[in-house]
Design a protein around this ligand. Structure first.
Ligand code: ADP
Length: 397
C-alpha cells in the first residue's frame, strides 16, 4: 500500500510518501516555520529538491501545500489523492492507553487529548496534523503510531517511580519511554541479525538509539523490559541538549539562586544542557569531535561523559536481563560516529563484548564485533517511517 506518513511538530511537519511493502520512498519533505511564515522543502529521489516559501498560518495550510506539491504535474508523484491509501501519524505520547498503533476515530482522538498533559508540546501538534489531514482528505483512513507504545510491556518494577503510589494511580506518573517505534524496528532487526526472528524466546538485546535525543531499551524475548526515558523525554543519560537524569536538588538550588520559575529551569534542562551544556560548543557530535581534536577540553569532556553514561546504562541493562546477546547502535550518532561506538563498547570485554576496530570503522558493515565476541554488536540504521507505514497498512487493509 502507498502510505503518507506525517510527523507534525509545533511549528514543523515532516512527511514521507512510501510503499509499505517495499519500503520505497516516493517523496519526502518538510514544512517549517508554520505559524511564522512557512517554507516547504520537497524531495523526490532522482530529482532536484523543491524549496518554496508558502504562507502556513496553521498546519492546515501546511498539509494543503504538501498535497499540492505531491499533485503538481512537475514536482508531484501522484495524480490524485486517491493514490494515497492511508495516512500514518507519528504521535508522541499514548500514555498507558495505547500499547499498539490504532485507527484514528473520535475515541482515539479523545485518548490522545487525555495524554496531552504528558506531552504538552507534541501531542497538540500531532493532533493538528491529524485534523489537518481529516479536513484535506475527508474519509481517508488514518492511523496513530505512538512513541510510547512499544514500551508498554515493561514490568511494574521498571515503570514505577519510588514516590507515593497515589501519584501513579491517580495521576499516571510512571515511566513510559520514547523512541518506541525505533526500538521496535531495531528489536526486529536484531532478531533477524541473530537468526532468531522465529525463535525470540530467551534473546537479550540492548537497543541504543543515539541521536539528538537518545534512549536505550532493554529487550527480552523481543519485548521491552526497561528503557531510559521516563514520564517525559528528558530522562536518562545526557543527550544533544537535554540533561538526562539530574539530582532534583539542582533544580531547587539553581531556581533559588537565579529566581527562575520551573518553566525557565526546564528550558535549561531541555535546551541548554546535555553535550551542548557541558561543551558550550554544540549539540552536534561532529562539531564536538572537531573541537575536541583541536584541543577544546570541555568538548572532550562532553564526549567522555556521554560515552561513560551510555556504558553505565548498558551495564545496568545487562544486569537487569542477566546477560546480553546483542547491542545495537542506531540513529544519527549510533549509525555514524564510529569513534563514539568504540568508546562506549570498549571496556566491556569482561561481559563478553569484543569489538572489531576495522569493521567498526567501515561504513555499511552491520556486525562490528569480533568473530569470537560472545556479545554481538551491530550497527543498524533505524527506519521509524517504515514501521509507521507497515502499521498503517496492516490496520487499513
Ligand atoms: P534526531 O533525534 O533529531 O532524529 P538524529 O538521529 O538524526 O537525530 O541524529 C542527529 C545527530 O546525529 C546530530 O546531532 C549529530 O550529532 C549526529 N550525527 C549525524 N551524523 C554524524 C556523523 N557523521 N558523525 C557524528 N555524529 C553524527
Amino acid at each position: 500500500m502507498k502510505i503518507l506518513i506525517i510527523n507534525a511538530g509545533s511549528s514543523s511537519l515532516k512527511y514521507q510518501f512510501m510503499d509499505s511493502d517495499t519500503g520505497d520512498v516516493y517523496a519526502k519533505g518538510l514544512c517549517e516555520r508554520i505559524g511564522i511564515d512557512g517554507r516547504l522543502t520537497h524531495k523526490v529521489p532522482g530529482r532536484e529538491n523543491v524549496c518554496r516559501d508558502i504562507p502556513m498560518p496553521t498546519h492546515n495550510e501546511a498539509i494543503t501545500a504538501v498535497l499540492e506539491v505531491m499533485l503538481d504535474p512537475v514536482t508531484g508523484v501522484i495524480s490524485s489523492t486517491d493514490e494515497i491509501d492511508a495516512v500514518g501519524h507519528r504521535v508522541l505520547h499514548g500514555g498507558a492507553e495505547f500499547s499498539e498503533s490504532c485507527v484514528i476515530t473520535d475515541e482515539c482522538i479523545a485518548a490522545i487529548e487525555r495524554c496531552i498533559p504528558f506531552g504538552p508540546l507534541h501531542n497538540p501538534a500531532n493532533l493538528m496534523g491529524i485534523r489537518a489531514c481529516m479536513e484535506a482528505m475527508p474519509g481517508k483512513k488514518q492511523v496513530a503510531v505512538f512513541d510510547t507504545a512499544f514500551h508498554m510491556t515493561m514490568p511494574p518494577r521498571a515503570y514505577i517511580y519510588a514516590i507515593p503510589y497515589e501519584y501513579y494511580e491517580k495521576d499516571g506518573v510512571r515511566r513510559y519511554g520514547f523512541h518506541g517505534t525505533s526500538h521496535r524496528y531495531i528489536a526486529g532487526q536484531a532478531l533477524r541479525a541473530l537468526g532468531r526472528e522465529n525463535n525470540p524466546e530467551g534473546t537479550k538485546v540492548i537497543s541504543c538509539h543515539l541521536g539528538n535525543g537518545s534512549s536505550l531499551a532493554a529487550i527480552v524475548d523481543g519485548k521491552v523490559i526497561d528503557t531510559s526515558m521516563g514520564l517525559g523525554p528528558l530522562a536518562g543519560f545526557p543527550m544533544g541538549t537535554r540533561s538526562g537524569d539530574v539530582d532534583p536538588t539542582i533544580l531547587e538550588y539553581l531556581m533559588g539562586i537565579y529566581g527562575w520559575d520551573i518553566k525557565t529551569m526546564l528550558n535549561v534542562l531541555n535546551k541548554k544542557s546535555g553535550v551542548l551544556g557541558i561543551s558550550g560548543v554544540s549539540s552536534d557530535f561532529r562539531d564536538l569531535t572537531a573541537a575536541a581534536e583541536s584541543g577544546n577540553e570541555r568538548a572532550a569532556l562532553a564526549l567522555e561523559k556521554f560515552a561513560y553514561e551510555v556504558k553505565k546504562y548498558i551495564g545496568s541493562y545487562a544486569a537487569a536481563m542477566g546477560g546480553v546477546d546483542a547491542i545495537v547502535f542506531t540513529a544519527g550518532v549510533g549509525e555514524n560516529d564510529a569513534a563514539m561506538r568504540m568508546r562506549i563498547a570498549s571496556g566491556l570485554e569482561y561481559m563478553g563484548v569484543k569489538m572489531d576496530a576495522e569493521r567498526n570503522a567501515t561504513r555499511g558493515v552491520e556486525e562490528i564485533s569480533a568473530e569470537d565476541s560472545k556479545v554481538k554488536v551491530f550497527v543498524i540504521p533505524t527506519n521509524e517511517e517504515l514501521m509507521i507505514a507497515m502499521d498503517t497498512a496492516e490496520l487499513c487493509k
